[in-house]
Design a protein. Sequence first.
Length: 164
Amino acid sequence: MTTRPFNTLLIGVGNPFRSDDGVAGAVIRRIHGEHPAAVQLLEETGDGAELLDAWKGANTVILIDAVQSGAPSATLYRFDAHAEKLPVWFSHCSTHAFGVAEAIELGRTLGELPPQLIVYAIEGLNFSPGIELSPEIAEVVPHVAARILDELRQLTPVAGARTL
């Protein structure tokens, strides 16, 4: 088992060379430097085996990914992976045969999910080759980053604070 010095991981999943699939990386870069010190930021490709290894030993994981479900672009979803399974359409969003949804379900089956696993999914518009986000996706990055920062601050105790 991998032991991490951080209790909380923020994982951005995606391919920065597939246009809107790079939105999670854009959110991670926006959060960089503003996140609580106890939070580690990672960028992953979305390969399920890498994700299972990445979150080993973490108490809390917030995962960000781009999706294509047919909803309006820039729609933001939030799922608590312990309270609910990801929707069926989430499995079809990955360019990997074994992606985010499959990693979560395998982790659930094996009892290897982090104690808290939150998934933020951002509805993308363009997944063709390219490095630029669609304008409407780029516009939502600051909003998503602020929302995740708020959640991280609520999850992460302030250094030096006592817990009762």
